[in-house]
Design a protein around this ligand. Structure first.
Ligand code: SF4
Length: 128
């Protein structure tokens, strides 16, 4: 599936240095006209993902686009409990395969253990 313009905008903003990118720069970098870009920016603004602020670029008025939520970085220690990280069957495992996460006892046990750990630490509330 081709990447949507919204996804391309977000990727560009995520990879940019500083606190935002000028709308005119976005338009050039993505190779889209201003009207098409504005439509996608409006959608992202409504979703609360970006903000669009008036900006004076020399004598020209434009807008500066910045992300409201930076994607969270996953710390390796957050996923080390997942049995798949050290599983010798990882390459052969997949949905609908003989070895599958749906039927894996190692993964089920790891999830139960992590659930118990989080419950006892108060990070999540038990359903009981
Ligand atoms: S789901 Fe089970 S078999 Fe598959 S990679 Fe994870 S631990 Fe290994």
């Amino acid at each position: 599936m081709p990447e949507s313009l919204e996804d391309r905008i977000l990727r560009l903003l995520q990879n940019s240095e500083g606190d935002g990118v000028l709308q005119s720069t976005l338009s050039k970098s993505l190779g889209v006209d201003g009207k098409t870009l504005l439509r996608s920016l409006s959608k992202l603004e409504k979703r609360g993902v970006i903000k669009r602020e008036p900006y004076q670029d020399g004598g020209r008025r434009t807008y500066k686009i910045s992300l409201l939520k930076r994607p969270q970085k996953v710390d390796l220690s957050d996923v080390l409990w997942v049995s798949c990280t050290v599983c010798p069957d990882l390459e052969r495992c997949g949905r609908g395969q003989p070895i599958s996460p749906e039927t894996c006892e190692k993964l089920t046990a790891a999830i139960k253990l992590e659930y118990q750990r989080l419950s006892s630490s108060g990070a999540i509330k038990s359903a009981h």
